[in-house]
Design a protein around this ligand. Sequence first.
Ligand code: GMT
Length: 381
Amino acid sequence: MKIGIVCHPSIGGSGLVATELGHELARLGHEVHFISSAPPFKLSRNQPNVHFHLVEAIHYPLFQDPLYTFALTAKIVEVVNQYQLQVVHAHYSIPHSLCAYLASEITDQPFPVVTTIHGTDVTVVGQDRPLYPLNQFSINRSTRVTTVSNFQQHYIHRHFQVDAPIEVIHNFIDLQRFSPNNPAAVARHTLAKDEEKIVMHLSNFRPVKNTQTVINAFARLSSALPARLVLLGSGPSLEPCQTLCHQLGISERVHFIGEVRNVEHYLPLADCVIQPSYRESFCMALLEAMACGVPTVSSDVDGIPEVVEHGVSGYMAPADDVEAHSRHLLAILTDPQRQRRFGQAGRRRAAERFHPAEKAEQYLACYRQAINACLLPTGNH
Ligand code: GMT
């Protein structure tokens, strides 16, 4: 199959899933064309069957902004025509799904658009009043719509008027790269002393990730046992978090590592990963930790209970319950058997429920349905 994938290039869940899906499809022999404003952060440029097409901003003195959505639409038209793509898969509804739909109306030969809703596109960003009708329109005009959890499917049905079915295809993880024994892992002694436990958190430091609670829970924990907090990522709440560490007097026990492209080089060193987000359609960070055999402590919101099994591979609690999160951290970090058992259960669950080959097959079936629907007389897709 010849497949176009439109995604955000920056570090984040939707771009990550889109890119790993493209890699998997290319491994299966399909021709995959990524279309984005920069190479997606995980893109493997030298993999056979993988192509990248840059969307170049339109700069013209009359325009005050670079007209990204039109540049993207034009690029989709160009790539579909040149490479005879059979389907375009838009990750994130705004603006990708809308641009793909517009492109399909412009090309001589209309093509099907598969849209995957990742979460913030319809929850955080998508609830913005002016954008709401655009989201509703693009969801309804997509030939097929998928989303990454049952929670997110229900959310879309509750908040939007959607005519077509929405298929749930959970996210997935590469168990070879995300493994307890990654040979490329960083040296443990660079993060902590032998006797110290390592608590880790990964995020884009946006308010929705609730990183303040990570720090408050860690502050309580570290008064009970020797531990280090390792924070991967960067974003607007980074500075307030550094200030909070300073105020709590724990700065020398906290490492702000910054943006990391290969989190799989850090995760195997964690004794526990903590993610107390306010919203999470799925939470790739938790699945990545599980695949690396690391127990998790998290909030219990949205799609998280579809990823984590409470009391089996990790613990969940309400997002702002600092006391519960620190109690959960302590329960895992003071009981090596529990830590091992939870870690093994997480990896097993990742392998059984979130396998890349299985999810790629589900997406391929969805593409085939979309292509068939597009061949039917108008009005049937
Ligand atoms: O969580 C973010 O801020 C990034 C966001 C994105 O769109 O890149 O992640 C969303 O998509 C991921 C991949 O499907 C999910 O694992 C995340 O849970 C989801 N984030 C939210 O729902 C807040």
